[in-house]
Design a protein around this ligand. Sequence first.
Ligand SMILES: NC(=O)c1ccc[n+]([C@@H]2O[C@H](COP(=O)([O-])OP(=O)(O)OC[C@H]3O[C@@H](n4cnc5c(N)ncnc54)[C@H](OP(=O)(O)O)[C@@H]3O)[C@@H](O)[C@H]2O)c1
Length: 263
Amino acid sequence: MSGPRWLHGPKPARALITGATRGLGASIAGVLCSEGVEVWLAGRGEERLQNVAAELRECGGRCHVIAIDLEDVDTCHRRFATLQQESGGMDLVLANAAVTGRRAGMGPLECPWPIARQIMTVNVAGVAATLWPFIEPMVARGHGRLAAMSSIAGGYPNPRTPAYGASKAAVGYLLRSMDIALRPRGVLATAIYPGFVATPGTAEIDDAMPIVVGQEVAARRLVAALRRGRRVVRFPRRLFWLSRLIGLLPLPIYDIATRSLTG
Ligand SMILES: NC(=O)c1ccc[n+]([C@@H]2O[C@H](COP(=O)([O-])OP(=O)(O)OC[C@H]3O[C@@H](n4cnc5c(N)ncnc54)[C@H](OP(=O)(O)O)[C@@H]3O)[C@@H](O)[C@H]2O)c1
């Protein structure tokens, strides 16, 4: 149960993962549990969290559930501050929850304000509310790992995902800034930029998705990157380099290419 070695600090004993009802959050929780990490699964819908927890416990995992809605950011911040004290200190916090799927894929004319606000609140303020309560205690202990899900999409403006893409760009900035500030004090912050992963979130998307990675494969890859204490994680590499090349195009050509690619 002890699992592979963690670099740049001790192996986490306790981890918090948001958005653990399904998708990448649930799979990453499974990988961490299988390595003997005690995991707190946070998300909406206690019953769905309990189902995930029951499966993990069947395989010998130690886990707990926390029902929270990240739209209520202040309540979540308070709940996580309490968790930090009650749990004995979190070693790894992964802000994974986000508004995804159909709601994330609406252009500026189709996306009603309540959904744009929900995306910005959950995907940006929700990530900050998840990470903030743990910063000072981790710095005080001299070690800890913070991580959050950005997206390759966050670097490339797309007419179909203005709110989602902007939220993911903000998360990347947040984590990179945190890492520059905190790494010298022993606290690592990892910005994760996935391409397309086959999850319940992407199952809602009708558009073509190039180079899709399986959920379990992606979860193992992400945990391996966290173990190595990486600053940024971008995968799959081919999609990352393809996006980079598209990003180098002059803006008028980028706009025409993006419009034609997104239909
Ligand atoms: N899959 C991909 O291709 C891909 C690519 C790039 C980045 N990402 C990022 O990776 C992360 C996981 O993606 P995924 O595909 O696994 O997503 P997913 O299947 O849609 O799961 C998202 C999770 O976030 C939770 N969530 C949504 N709104 C919430 C709220 N208000 N409060 C608490 N939890 C909430 C969902 O809970 P409910 O079930 O209650 O809605 C669910 O557990 C996301 O941040 C996503 O943006 C994914």
